[in-house]
Design a binder for this molecule. Structure first.
Ligand SMILES: Nc1nc2c(ncn2[C@@H]2O[C@H](COP(=O)(O)OP(=O)(O)OP(=O)(O)O)[C@@H](O)[C@H]2O)c(=O)[nH]1
Ligand SMILES: [Mg+2]
Length: 211
């Protein structure tokens, strides 16, 4: 993974993410999504993958999005307006085993409906715990995004939890999976919301999608 060069794009991205970011809407069903007035970037992944933590790290806020050690912290689709230039969308996680089957299906349906219905959804960051790598449900989501032709990048999270020896392996495994999918970007990002690794690089990628 390449760290940003600190050039003009990196500086513009840093400024964008340091600007105002406000919670604007929480959707509990796919029927009450807000109007699409900005380009959107969505953070998607298994429960506990670190989606809300990543939104906080990107925006430099401690508690913009709710984080919890218990999976299922995020219970709605939360929309955060970044300086009227980009909508950051923090989704509930999928694959949460302690939920009833009916509830899990309903949540998955809501996530899938969101991903398929937003015409201004410019990118999905598909978060995967670097220690686990892509799992079956992740691959189902990748297939869905391929069919919907929504561009997405794999973002490995919690890099601080893996050894130096496992880093290259984790990236290679994710890149191999990405190469099997039509809408996946080739580049895999390795991040740590805790230590800050990869956060500036991800800001630079996402800022390119802002208005
Ligand atoms: N070590 C480490 N822990 C992290 C990192 N990012 C998140 N976590 C922890 O992982 C747990 C889940 O984080 P969340 O950000 O709530 O995860 P989520 O994907 O939003 O979870 P749901 O909302 O339940 O889908 C929390 O205990 C976080 O502190 C990281 O970079 N490193
Ligand atoms: Mg969350």
């Amino acid at each position: 993974m390449t760290e940003p060069d600190g050039g003009a794009a990196g500086e513009a991205a840093r400024k964008l993410f340091a600007g105002p970011c406000d919670f604007v809407w929480g959707a509990t069903t796919a029927e009450n999504l807000p109007p699409e007035k900005l380009n959107e970037v969505a953070f998607v992944g298994r429960s506990n993958a670190g989606k809300s933590s990543l939104v906080n790290a990107l925006t430099g806020r401690k508690a913009l999005a709710r984080v919890s050690q218990t999976p299922g912290a995020t219970r709605q689709i939360n929309f955060f307006n970044l300086s009227d230039r980009l909508m950051l969308v923090d989704l509930p996680g999928y694959g949460f085993a302690k939920r009833s089957k009916t509830e899990a299906n309903a949540w998955q349906a809501m996530i899938f409906a969101y991903l398929q219905s937003r015409s201004r959804l410019r990118r999905v960051a598909l978060l995967i715990d670097a220690r686990r790598g892509p799992m079956d449900t992740d691959i189902q989501v990748m297939d869905l995004l391929d069919r919907a032709a929504v561009s997405y990048g794999l973002v490995l999270t919690k890099s601080d939890e893996i050894s130096a020896a496992d880093r290259a392996k984790a990236i290679a495994a994710a890149a191999t999976e990405a190469a099997r999918h039509t809408a996946a970007l080739a580049q895999v990002q390795l991040t740590s919301a805790l230590k800050g690794e990869g956060i500036a690089a991800l800001r630079t990628h996402l800022a390119a999608l802002a208005e």
